[in-house]
Design a binder for this molecule. Structure first.
Ligand code: AMP
Ligand code: MG
Length: 339
């Protein structure tokens, strides 16, 4: 299949919208990561997403809207607590889980009776959903298991020949996927941390909990609430180890680890500057917010540079810390050294 490369002018967005309306697949930029979209009312189109990504069929898609009024079309009921999040953080990097209406096909929700809904802030994403004339089901636009794409070139690498079109809208600002909040239980629960933080949600008076599985790997026989949790994620080819703690302790531990790693191409993802010998160094930025924006691109770049072993400096500094930690621990397959 030929994959068209579009930019963000209105004619190209209109053509991309038509592709979606006709059951095709289009990758598009959002403020979090690039999404791989299909019409959310088209079962066959949803199936194509799973095929293009190599995504397990029990991992549901997020339905993207461009108008708050669309929520009542796809969700059975909107609890008061969810309304608070809709009023305060939509459009934005947050996804809400509600009971679904039957118009949403089972192939979109992987058989669940709930639906994940997001209203992205990104102008191109909003224009595309409007142009399509239907809500758009979309997971991240990477091959299953690979780091999520935050630049168009990442999507080009993973998806060329597999989908109809890619819209290049530059770099994604947040860099990690949306915060997912489940409103179908007794209390709202954060299933995945992201750009709308725990403190942001507490700040609007939401009585919200954090799912215990956010920082742990899940056994193969466990049934998590957010099916995406159980899969190997964000894994570059390199073996990643997180070294977490205060600056001096982190740096001396990584120097020691580099000494011990012989005969391999090594890399360090840094928060405190380029101080290491014999290692490819990429900066994650000095705040957790910058770390979120840079993480996935850095993991992909280490692979391109042929790095085999990566040590990632990390300390939790701001509200984005939990979102970064969640992705980083998964990329490291839970290899974390606390110093
Ligand atoms: P991605 O955007 O690639 O991270 O994929 C969408 C994420 O949303 C996956 O982690 C899914 O497990 C999660 N998700 C989608 N729909 C639901 C739902 N109805 N309930 C819980 N999690 C969901
Ligand atoms: Mg994903």
């Amino acid at each position: 299949m030929d994959t068209k490369l579009f930019h963000t002018d209105d004619n190209e967005i209109a053509e991309a919208g038509e592709i979606l309306r006709n059951g095709g697949l289009v990758a598009f930029p959002t403020e979090t990561v690039y999404g791989l979209g299909a019409s959310a009312f088209d079962s066959d189109a949803a199936k194509k997403i799973y095929a293009a990504k190599g995504r397990p069929s029990d991992n549901p898609l997020i339905v993207h809207i461009c108008d708050k009024g669309q929520i009542k079309d796809i969700a059975e009921e909107i609890p008061e607590s969810a309304k608070k999040v809709i009023d305060n953080f939509m459009p934005g990097p947050v996804t809400i889980i509600l009971k679904k209406k039957s118009v949403v096909p089972n192939d979109v929700t992987a058989g669940l009776n709930t639906v994940a809904i997001r209203f992205p802030l990104h102008e191109t994403a909003q224009k595309l959903i409007k142009a399509a004339g239907v809500p758009i089901a979309a997971p991240s636009a990477n091959l299953s298991g690979k780091p999520s794409p935050t630049k168009a070139k990442h999507v080009v690498k993973d998806m060329t020949g597999r989908i109809d079109a890619i819209i290049d809208g530059g770099e994604c600002n947040v860099g990690v996927e949306s915060t997912i909040v489940d409103f179908t239980g007794e209390k709202p629960v954060i299933l995945r941390p992201g750009g709308v933080t725990y403190d942001d949600l507490k700040g609007i008076g939401l009585d919200v909990e954090i799912d215990k599985n956010i920082l742990h790997s899940i056994a193969a026989d466990e049934v998590p609430k957010c099916p995406g949790m159980k899969y190997k994620h964000y894994a570059p080819n390199a073996e990643v180890t997180v070294v977490e703690g205060e600056k001096d302790a982190v740096q001396s531990k990584i120097k020691e680890l580099l000494e011990q790693t012989e005969g391999k191409v090594t890399g360090v993802l840094t928060m405190y500057g380029a101080v290491y010998d014999k290692a490819v160094m990429l900066s994650a930025g000095s705040t957790n917010k910058e770390y979120a924006k840079n993480l996935f691109a850095a993991l992909r770049e280490f692979d391109e540079l042929g790095v085999e072993v990566v040590f990632a400096e990390f300390s939790e500094k701001d509200g984005y810390g939990l979102a970064v930690k969640n992705r980083l621990y998964k990329a490291a397959a839970q290899r974390v050294i606390h110093v």
